[in-house]
Write a protein that binds this ligand. Structure first.
Ligand code: HMG
Length: 389
């Protein structure tokens, strides 16, 4: 039985900041952000969006009535959850009207959470071939104004339906994975901003990729030449390129050219959104599938997931016959063109506007936010969500 991605959707907030303008304001050469880091635009979440609403908005437009009925597990990968106890999955389950006889759980290991969720979904479907699992990767990446990580912030979510006989991509062969207890990036429970050892995190990302790739080759006898493309977790779009460069010499020039060209395509969406942590690898996959019209059915695509702290995994999937028909390309392109640019000043104001940390109730103005699902306030310590549709 084949198991894989049957549908894949994406959502980013409607506001963005131009990285050239941020560079000028921070006294940095714009080329450092757009070429050195590889980011053009950064998605900026208004206060009416959190990891729950981003995830629910990503899933909203890809689900039909049959999915609502057949989904019996909701797995919510996030590292910017809204509650220490209750999972974001339970809110999304209600907001999307999913079958009550479902499990709903949050999965955490930095940016690796959605990959862990996919692997769990595979196990569930192997035992229950009729079921469908909704996997979400949703986050808001915050490092702080004027910090080294600022240019690598972002916000957004990817939603995937994992099922048997998938129409987009079937996972194929084993995974190679690795865990090591390191402090490259983390966020203590008292902080709403990430802590990071930037240079060390880059080194560890490359080292994890090299190690899992070596392990994968031994397990499968595959080489770089077997892959049409490799998609990466993209904290910023230069990062995956650095990792790919670390191993690319082991293949022919023609394959190198193909992998590098497809790598560029796979970074297109991420370049315009920023880091979305758990969803980032899958946003890169989406970019490859939706932006490369001539990507052949039957192609093998490699996937490298990395979550600081750290866990890395390499696995692969094969594109299914007619996969393009089952993408939501137009909807995603519409999302990009309808976004609104904000100034650096507006971005800073939005960044500083946080929810009360003392438990006070608050009502938020949701009229400025065009998203279907919004956070409308906090009442008696509980977040109030509404679906305008
Ligand atoms: P930095 O120190 O400000 O940047 O921060 P830099 O000085 O290293 O420069 C970056 C690149 O720009 C360099 O290229 C420069 O040469 C180039 P490289 O040598 O790297 O190829 N550059 C220029 N290029 C063209 N024209 C110019 C110019 N000037 C300089 N004029 C850093 C960079 C990524 C460290 C910082 O943004 C940061 O700390 N970000 C957050 C951490 C991060 O993203 N780490 C990535 C790996 S860890 C990971 O992926 C996990 C994560 O997603 C979290 C999770 O798992 O939950 C983060």
């Amino acid at each position: 039985m084949e198991i894989g991605i049957d549908k894949i959707g994406f959502y980013a907030p409607h506001l963005f900041l131009d990285m050239n303008k941020l560079a000028v304001e921070r006294n940095v050469e714009p080329a450092k952000f757009t070429i050195g880091i590889g980011q053009e635009k950064m998605a900026v979440p208004p206060i009416t969006q959190d990891s729950v609403t981003l995830a629910a908005n990503a899933a909203l437009n890809i689900l039909d009535e049959e999915d609502q009925e057949k989904i019996d597990v909701v797995l919510f990968g996030t590292e910017t959850g809204i509650d220490h106890s209750k999972s974001g999955a339970v809110y999304v389950h209600r907001l999307l009207g999913i079958n009550p006889n479902a499990r709903a759980v949050e999965v955490k290991q930095a940016c690796y959470g959605a990959t862990a969720a996919i692997q769990m979904a595979k196990g569930h479907i192997a035992l229950n071939p009729e079921s469908r699992v909704l996997v979400l990767g949703s986050d808001i990446a915050r490092y702080g104004l004027n910090t080294g990580g600022e240019a690598t912030q972002g916000a957004g979510a990817v939603a995937m339906i994992i099922s048997a006989e998938p129409r987009v991509m079937a996972f194929e062969g084993p995974s190679a994975y690795l865990t090591d207890d390191i402090m490259d990036f983390w966020r203590p429970v008292y902080s709403d901003k990430a802590m990071v050892d930037g240079k060390f995190s880059n080194e560890q990302y490359i080292s994890f990729f090299s190690k899992v790739w070596e392990q994968y080759k031994k397990k499968t006898d595959l080489t770089l030449a077997d892959f049409e493309a490799i998609c990466f977790h993209l904290p910023y779009t230069k990062m995956g390129k650095k990792a790919l460069r670390a191993v690319i010499d082991e293949t022919s020039e023609a394959v190198q050219e193909r992998l590098m060209e497809n790598y560029q395509v796979s970074t297109q969406y991420n370049r315009n959104v920023g880091n979305i942590y758990t969803g980032s690898l899958y946003l890169s996959l989406l970019s490859l599938l939706e932006e490369k019209a001539e990507l052949a059915e039957g192609s093998l695509v490699g996937l490298f997931s990395y979550g600081s702290g750290a866990v890395g995994e390499f696995f692969a999937g094969r594109l299914q016959p007619n996969y393009r028909k089952h993408l939501f390309t137009e909807q995603h392109q519409e999302l990009f063109v309808s976004r609104k640019e904000i100034s650096v000043e507006e971005y800073e104001e939005i960044f500083e506007e946080t929810l009360p940390s003392d438990g006070r109730s608050i009502e938020l103005d949701i009229h400025e936010d065009p998203a279907a699902i919004c956070l409308s306030g906090i009442k008696e310590h509980s977040r109030q969500y509404i679906n305008k549709q």
